[in-house]
Write a protein that binds this ligand. Structure first.
Ligand code: FES
Ligand SMILES: [Fe+2]
Length: 424
């Protein structure tokens, strides 16, 4: 449970808010790479700021405030030319670092343009994402996720899904492994997106959880008892402030390759558009081979890949089917885990009120996550780098992040070093 003030501190991320100051100390995705073409600027909203993203003459992404400094026309209708973005109203030309390069209507000898500075933010492109730093001073190092250095054409699949709610309640769901035993469960393997694992989630609905604080956030080890001798163990992670990783959905067609479990891992990055909606960026990364992009985009995540929106929403009550709930699935809205989570977290309200919740034993990771976020807000207010802001030369905290899920003999302690051993 959080007080109203504490809740505000970690849910509100607009400019000038303590939570917004904290979130601005980290690189955040601002778009998918393929959303921004060479000649068309893209309007984006991030942390409550209206921005426009475009590619300069060299193809590098540039991010500036969306409204022209002259008389506030929307620059996303502008023309990408002459090394910048030209406003369609009177032709002012703005560069990616916010300088005004030309003011065609001003006298030739005027130096007025030299006194114009549009807000501009540094960008990087990696992993199929365009990331931006909206904070003060020098940006930290990009987190050393291995997929930022992987072969984008084959090993990484990236997309995003719109959510009509605050970012934090959705991110909390990633640190809450127990809900899988209910929200995502199908009543038989062939009706599940995860046929091999579906029965594991049903076998033990009160899993044992170990949570450890790490340099990047939290390591959560969840063990479900399958029978007297074996546990199904998952190692998942909360990465400050709004990222999570876990062995997730298949990266290849399970009909072709049923043993997909540790071929890849999945990452969720819950990025505030503003306080009441966010993008859930999803990335699937295979360590040592290709992901099946056709399977992911055209069969598994069709709506997410094509429109970044789900046809299931609160207006149509997520098309919940009571007949389906009798014999097919616990929730009754199909197989797609993303829809399940979206329903659950959007139904908590646009910003969840945490002052009258009733947390239980399985909520310990959520409690620790909130504590880390509150600490990060306090650190920023005290002019310190918050947790997992890494400067050049710092050790790589993510080197210790191993994402894994596996059936193990019950005699193996999940807190032992099993996860560093090869997968069998
Ligand atoms: S409003 Fe943009 S140039 Fe005038
Ligand atoms: Fe979920």
């Amino acid at each position: 449970m959080l007080s109203k003030d504490q809740n505000d501190l970690i849910t509100l991320t607009g400019p000038g808010t303590p939570g917004g100051e904290m979130m601005r100390r980290y690189w955040q995705p601002v778009a998918l790479s393929d959303e921004v073409s060479a000649d068309a600027p893209t309007p984006v909203r991030l942390l409550g700021e209206d921005l426009v993203l475009f590619r300069d003459g060299a193809g590098a992404p540039q991010l500036i405030h969306r409204f022209c400094p002259h008389r506030k026309v929307d620059l996303s209708y502008g023309r990408v030319e002459d090394g910048g973005l030209r406003c369609i109203y009177h032709g002012w030309l703005l560069s990616g670092d916010g300088r005004c390069l030309e003011q065609p209507g001003e006298p030739p000898e005027s130096t007025y343009k030299d006194r114009i500075q549009q807000t501009a933010y540094p960008c990087r492109e990696a992993g199929g994402l365009i990331l931006a730093y909206l904070g003060p001073g020098d940006p930290p190092r990009l987190p050393l996720f291995p997929f930022f250095a992987a072969d984008l054409d084959s090993q990484v699949w990236t997309s995003k899904l719109h959510h009509d709610c605050n970012w934090l309640q959705a991110h909390e769901g990633n640190a809450d492994p127990q809900h899988i035993s209910f929200l995502h469960r199908s009543f038989s393997a062939d009706q599940s997106l995860l046929p091999t694992r579906n029965s594991f989630y049903g076998a033990d609905v009160a899993p044992k959880m170990e949570v450890e604080e790490t340099a990047y956030g939290l390591r959560i080890v969840t063990a479900r008892a399958l029978d007297g001798d074996r546990n199904y163990v998952r190692m998942t992670h909360h990465i400050m402030p709004n990222v999570s990783t876990f062995a997730g959905l298949p990266c290849v067609d399970p009909a072709v390759q049923p043993d997909y479990e540790n071929l890849s891992y999945q990452l969720h990055w819950h990025v505030p558009i503003d306080d009441f909606q966010h993008w859930k960026y999803t990335l699937i990364f295979r360590h040592d081979g290709p992901v099946d992009k056709d399977f992911l985009s055209n069969r598994l995540f069709v709506d997410m890949a094509r429109t970044h929106h789900s046809p299931r929403n609160a207006d149509n009550r997520y098309l919940q089917d009571r007949d389906e709930m009798k014999s097919v699935s616990f929730l009754g809205i199909g197989k797609n885990f993303f829809d399940h989570d979206k329903l659950a977290v959007e139904s908590q309200g646009r910003i969840m009120d945490r002052s009258d919740e009733h947390l239980g034993a399985t909520d310990r990771p959520v409690i620790l996550m909130r504590r880390q976020l509150l600490r990060a807000v306090a650190d920023v207010a005290a002019h310190r780098d918050p947790q997992f802001v890494e400067r050049q030369g710092a050790p790589d905290a993510l080197a210790d992040m191993v994402v894994r899920s596996q059936v193990l003999p019950a005699t193996i302690d999940p807190r032992s070093e099993w996860w560093h051993e090869p997968v069998h």
